[in-house]
Design a protein around this ligand. Structure first.
Ligand code: PLP
Length: 392
């Protein structure tokens, strides 16, 4: 069967929520992936920042297969080895007290929202349920996460939304202060807005947000679903912003390609949720957790995280030499490319796919989230294709 045959089955049987490229992917290795007709692509998107170790990393695959053959699932009525091992490793490495495992980024943010509201109600009373988020942010697709997302395009069709979110312009200190009152229980932000266009927050502003939260006994929540797990060069991006939130959410890169989300809690929030307050049938699934352990081992114990910064510098330097690239944004291996006038991100992405390179877009930018383990040779091969696609 050809790419087109599969695409026909896709549009016939799968809900049409995704505008897909005319490509059916069947297997991959490292940063390279092959379609149904055997054509090869360098993948600068890694499944939207999910395949942190690239396709089918040997150690990761061994750990996952071993777990599938040993114990694939129990309910959350019992403890499993991968669950506690990942929890311990993650909490220690990230500097948090406890974790709740779910299955996705949106679900992790739902967990954070629940913690903030229960905390607010318990310390300041029943009206303390509002959460401040930022314009142009993205927090996921469930009803509450959509409402948390500070973009009007997401606030239609699916009414009624949950109330209780206030939006502030990223960087606007006055507006933040104006939005704070005794009905606010949390402030949630991305350190680099991903879907919003790969825009890094200002470090001083982030520290200001942390200070305002502390002063007002409001929970400081950082959505690191995209920036976390080494993407920006440190395990958490918050390390580079010198802040320590009460809650950090993770998902995308954590499982190395398996569905998992995490809500990390500090000493203020670790005991807010009690028995029966939250749960998830698949949360903490042993196979996903085994994948997560392998990811952390590769990044932290095998030193792959230390190479991210160097690769990121190489990427940025090379990108700026390419005609058609106007500027490069983001942090670490979370890269936004602003194109010269006359070039559009969607047309460029389509050309890249045609020529064997997978890239992402975010608003008007090309967005790159390459595997953290990408090699210099793979970077060079991909950049050559991008460069050709940008020739007028
Ligand atoms: C992708 C993303 C989400 C949503 O994650 P899902 O796993 O798709 O639910 C939430 N927040 C940020 C910052 C993201 O990049």
């Amino acid at each position: 069967m050809t790419n087109k045959d599969y695409a026909e089955l896709d549009s016939k049987y799968i809900s049409n929520t995704y505008k897909r490229f005319p490509v059916t992917l069947v297997r991959g290795k490292g940063a390279e992936v092959f379609d149904a007709e055997g054509k090869s692509y360098i993948d600068f998107g890694s499944g939207i920042g999910v395949n942190s170790l690239g396709y089918c990393n040997e150690k990761w695959a061994d750990a996952v297969v071993e777990q599938v053959r040993t114990l694939q699932h129990t309910s959350n009525l019992y403890t499993t080895l991968p669950d506690v091992k990942l929890a311990e490793k993650l909490c220690r490495a990230a500097g948090f007290k406890k974790v709740f495992f779910g299955n996705s980024g949106a679900e992790a943010n739902e967990g954070a929202i629940k913690i903030a509201r229960k905390y607010g109600v318990s310390v300041k009373g029943e009206k303390c349920t509002n959460i401040i988020t930022f314009r142009n942010s993205f927090h996921g697709r469930t009803i509450a996460a959509l409402e948390a997302t500070g973009q009007d395009v997401f606030h239609r069709n699916f009414f009624p939304f949950t109330n209780g979110f206030r939006y502030v312009e990223l960087g606007d200190r006055e507006a933040l202060i104006a939005a704070v009152d005794n009905t606010v229980c949390g402030v949630m932000l991305e350190l680099v807005q991903g879907e919003g266009g790969v825009i890094a927050a200002d470090k001083e502003f982030v520290k200001f947000v942390e200070m305002i939260c502390k002063e007002n006994n409001i929970l400081f929540i950082i959505d690191e679903v995209q920036t976390g797990i080494g993407r920006t060069g440190t395990l958490l991006a918050s390390e580079q912003f010198s802040v320590k939130p009460n809650i950090t959410t993770l998902a995308k890169g954590l499982g190395g390609g398996l569905p998992i989300g995490a809500v990390l809690m500090d000493e203020v929030t670790e005991n807010v949720l009690g028995f029966g307050d939250h749960g998830s049938t698949f949360g903490g699934n042993p196979v996903s957790c085994a994948g997560g352990i392998a990811v952390l081992e590769e990044l932290l114990d095998e030193g792959k995280l230390a190479e991210v910064g160097e690769k990121a510098s190489y990427f940025r330097e090379k990108l700026l030499e390419i005609p058609g690239v106007k500027s490069v944004s983001g942090l670490g291996l979370m890269i936004g490319i602003e194109l010269d006038e006359g070039l559009t991100a969607s047309e460029t992405a389509a050309k890249c796919v045609e020529n064997g390179l997978l890239v992402l877009t975010a608003k008007t930018k090309i967005r790159l989230l390459p595997p953290l383990t990408i090699t210099k040779d793979e970077i060079d091969r991909g950049l050559e294709i991008l460069s050709a696609a940008l020739k007028k």
